[in-house]
Design a protein around this ligand. Structure first.
Ligand SMILES: [Zn+2]
Length: 101
Protein backbone atom coordinates (compact mmCIF):
# COMPACT_ATOMS: atom_id res chain seq x y z
CA UNK A 1 0.00 0.00 0.00
CA UNK A 2 1.12 3.53 -0.73
CA UNK A 3 -0.60 5.34 2.13
CA UNK A 4 -2.89 7.23 -0.24
CA UNK A 5 -6.07 5.37 0.66
CA UNK A 6 -8.94 7.79 0.79
CA UNK A 7 -11.27 6.37 3.36
CA UNK A 8 -12.08 3.97 6.13
CA UNK A 9 -8.96 2.27 7.26
CA UNK A 10 -9.83 -0.25 9.90
CA UNK A 11 -6.88 -2.35 10.95
CA UNK A 12 -7.89 -5.95 11.23
CA UNK A 13 -10.65 -5.64 8.67
CA UNK A 14 -8.86 -6.24 5.40
CA UNK A 15 -12.01 -5.92 3.34
CA UNK A 16 -12.69 -2.39 4.63
CA UNK A 17 -9.83 -0.86 2.68
CA UNK A 18 -11.53 -2.06 -0.50
CA UNK A 19 -14.84 -0.39 0.34
CA UNK A 20 -16.43 1.99 -2.12
CA UNK A 21 -17.50 5.28 -0.46
CA UNK A 22 -21.16 4.20 -0.34
CA UNK A 23 -20.56 0.88 1.43
CA UNK A 24 -22.39 0.43 4.73
CA UNK A 25 -21.58 -3.25 5.20
CA UNK A 26 -20.33 -4.36 8.59
CA UNK A 27 -17.41 -6.35 7.27
CA UNK A 28 -15.79 -9.02 9.37
CA UNK A 29 -19.09 -10.72 10.24
CA UNK A 30 -18.99 -13.12 7.32
CA UNK A 31 -16.13 -15.29 6.17
CA UNK A 32 -14.62 -15.69 2.71
CA UNK A 33 -16.57 -14.55 -0.34
CA UNK A 34 -19.54 -13.42 1.77
CA UNK A 35 -17.29 -10.73 3.25
CA UNK A 36 -16.22 -9.42 -0.16
CA UNK A 37 -19.66 -8.03 -0.90
CA UNK A 38 -20.10 -4.28 -0.43
CA UNK A 39 -23.65 -3.01 -0.08
CA UNK A 40 -25.05 0.52 0.11
CA UNK A 41 -27.91 2.05 2.06
CA UNK A 42 -31.31 0.59 1.15
CA UNK A 43 -33.73 2.78 -0.79
CA UNK A 44 -37.35 1.80 -0.32
CA UNK A 45 -39.05 1.83 -3.71
CA UNK A 46 -42.29 0.10 -2.66
CA UNK A 47 -43.59 -1.60 0.49
CA UNK A 48 -41.26 -4.51 1.13
CA UNK A 49 -39.07 -3.69 -1.87
CA UNK A 50 -35.72 -1.99 -1.49
CA UNK A 51 -33.07 -1.04 -4.00
CA UNK A 52 -29.42 -0.84 -3.04
CA UNK A 53 -26.00 -0.66 -4.59
CA UNK A 54 -23.84 -3.75 -4.46
CA UNK A 55 -20.37 -4.74 -5.54
CA UNK A 56 -17.94 -7.50 -4.74
CA UNK A 57 -14.16 -7.20 -4.66
CA UNK A 58 -11.84 -10.17 -4.35
CA UNK A 59 -9.24 -8.99 -1.84
CA UNK A 60 -6.70 -11.43 -3.27
CA UNK A 61 -6.89 -10.70 -6.98
CA UNK A 62 -8.66 -7.33 -6.89
CA UNK A 63 -11.27 -8.74 -9.28
CA UNK A 64 -14.37 -6.55 -9.17
CA UNK A 65 -17.96 -7.54 -9.85
CA UNK A 66 -20.18 -4.49 -10.13
CA UNK A 67 -21.21 -2.01 -9.03
CA UNK A 68 -24.77 -3.09 -9.73
CA UNK A 69 -28.18 -2.24 -8.29
CA UNK A 70 -30.26 -4.83 -6.48
CA UNK A 71 -33.99 -4.12 -6.84
CA UNK A 72 -35.87 -6.60 -4.71
CA UNK A 73 -34.18 -9.86 -5.65
CA UNK A 74 -33.15 -8.70 -9.11
CA UNK A 75 -29.67 -7.56 -10.03
CA UNK A 76 -29.60 -4.70 -12.54
CA UNK A 77 -26.72 -2.89 -14.19
CA UNK A 78 -26.36 0.79 -13.34
CA UNK A 79 -27.70 1.60 -16.82
CA UNK A 80 -30.73 -0.64 -16.31
CA UNK A 81 -31.45 0.98 -12.95
CA UNK A 82 -31.17 4.44 -14.50
CA UNK A 83 -33.51 3.38 -17.32
CA UNK A 84 -35.98 2.00 -14.78
CA UNK A 85 -35.90 5.28 -12.87
CA UNK A 86 -36.43 7.28 -16.06
CA UNK A 87 -39.31 5.00 -17.07
CA UNK A 88 -40.97 5.56 -13.68
CA UNK A 89 -40.62 9.32 -14.09
CA UNK A 90 -42.18 9.07 -17.55
CA UNK A 91 -45.00 6.94 -16.16
CA UNK A 92 -45.68 9.54 -13.48
CA UNK A 93 -45.62 12.33 -16.08
CA UNK A 94 -48.13 10.45 -18.20
CA UNK A 95 -50.40 10.04 -15.20
CA UNK A 96 -50.09 13.72 -14.32
CA UNK A 97 -50.95 14.76 -17.86
CA UNK A 98 -54.32 16.02 -19.08
CA UNK A 99 -57.24 13.68 -18.51
CA UNK A 100 -59.88 13.03 -21.13
CA UNK A 101 -63.17 14.83 -20.73
ZN1 LIG B 1 -17.52 -2.55 2.05
Amino acid sequence: MTGTERHRQHPGHGTRRLCPPWCVTGHGVHLGEEDWVHVGEPLTVAPGVVARLGMSVDPGTGAVDGPYVLVGGTECTLAQAAALGAALVELARTGAGPTRP
